[in-house]
Design a protein around this ligand. Structure first.
Ligand code: AVI
Length: 324
């Protein structure tokens, strides 16, 4: 996930991006019920807020995952083939990948794949200084779509890394699609290390998305602020409330923005009407059991190799089955 430092270096959005953003926002606000794509949370301000979320006392996933990776790095590294290339999907700051790069002597190359090119290049320079024996080949691309593999990596066996439970922000069919795509990019027999948040007591899950400091509320409301900034919207942020709750039937945290009054908002030249209490659904964060994630992965051509868990979060190692 993109962080503060990365986004500070990010170039202005392209015209193509702005058109897609406008079209998806208008489509989402015209839908019933209203919704907005969660991928638009991560502008400069949103990425900074997400970075703060990962440090909140209530937001356990980052802390748990880093501890699991640190405590089990040798066991995870033992699954990697000789002279392999580690591909990180949605690389962000490579903070977590560094744990694996430091533990696995068999990693010959690191290939972070991320849409944020400026930061990737800067982070690559630092990684080359810190791990001089590892070749770093950043790929600027949308990691959910096919991308060109750098030529020097072509012959190396590949290991995938997808931390953060970002898979939880995908609908189940999208998660299967991503795992199939990752399988295609990594090749037959490849190992994928993936972080997955677990279903647990609501008293632990809900505060992680309703923190006392209100950082998650600001993160959610920033989506409206971004629409104001980039699409000439006139959302009054004080007229919307952050709501986050666990949907037991669907095993997901849902985030919404609820209108505190009847109101009209202008976005990109269009008027959007809100009833009192009407919500915009902004994000799903699916939670899994160890077994339900393994079943999902199996359906996408991956078999379980090992899993490390502290009861709150899980780090899975899965292997692509030959026919995956
Ligand atoms: C990035 N993703 C895994 C986070 C999550 O927990 O679903 C995004 C987030 N939304 C609110 N807090 C954190």
């Amino acid at each position: 996930m993109t962080t503060i430092a990365q986004t500070a270096l990010r170039a202005a959005p392209s015209i193509e991006f702005s058109h897609r953003f406008a079209a998806e926002v208008i489509a989402g606000l015209s839908a019933k019920p209203k919704q907005l794509p969660a991928k638009y949370f991560y502008d400069l301000a949103g990425s900074a807020l997400f970075e703060r979320i990962t440090q909140l006392p209530e937001y356990y996933p980052t802390r748990c995952e880093v501890a699991l990776l640190r405590d089990n790095a040798p066991a995870i590294a033992s699954l990697f083939p000789a002279n392999c290339a580690l591909f990180e999907f949605g690389a962000g700051s490579s903070k977590k990948a560094r744990i694996l790069l430091g533990a696995a002597a068999t990693i010959e190359a690191y290939v972070p794949v991320d849409i944020s090119g400026d930061f990737l290049q800067q982070d690559a320079s630092q990684l080359r200084r810190d791990f001089p024996h590892i070749a770093v080949h950043p790929v600027v691309a949308d990691f959910t779509r096919p991308f060109a593999v750098p030529a020097p990596i072509a012959g190396l066996p590949r290991v995938g890394f997808f931390p953060g439970s970002t898979i939880g922000n995908f609908e189940h069919h999208e998660a299967v699609e991503f795992l199939r795509h990752a399988g295609g990019a990594l090749g037959a027999g490849a190992v994928l290390v993936i972080g997955v948040d677990l279903i647990k007591d609501i008293a632990v899950m809900c505060p992680a998305y309703n923190d006392a400091e209100g950082v998650t509320a600001k993160f959610n409301l920033n989506l409206l602020a971004r629409i104001n900034r980039e699409l000439g919207g006139n959302f009054d942020l004080a007229a919307f409330e952050h709501h986050a709750c666990y949907n037991r039937a669907r095993n997901r945290i849902e985030m919404h923005l609820a209108s505190v009054k009847r109101q009209k908002v202008r976005v990109n030249g269009k008027t959007v009407n809100f009833r009192l209490g009407e919500t915009i659904h902004t994000e799903n964060s699916y939670k899994y059991t160890i077994e339900s994630f393994q079943a999902l992965a199996q359906g996408a051509g991956w078999s379980p190799l090992n899993v490390w868990s502290d009861g709150l979060f899980s780090v899975h190692a899965i292997r692509r089955t030959d026919n995956g």
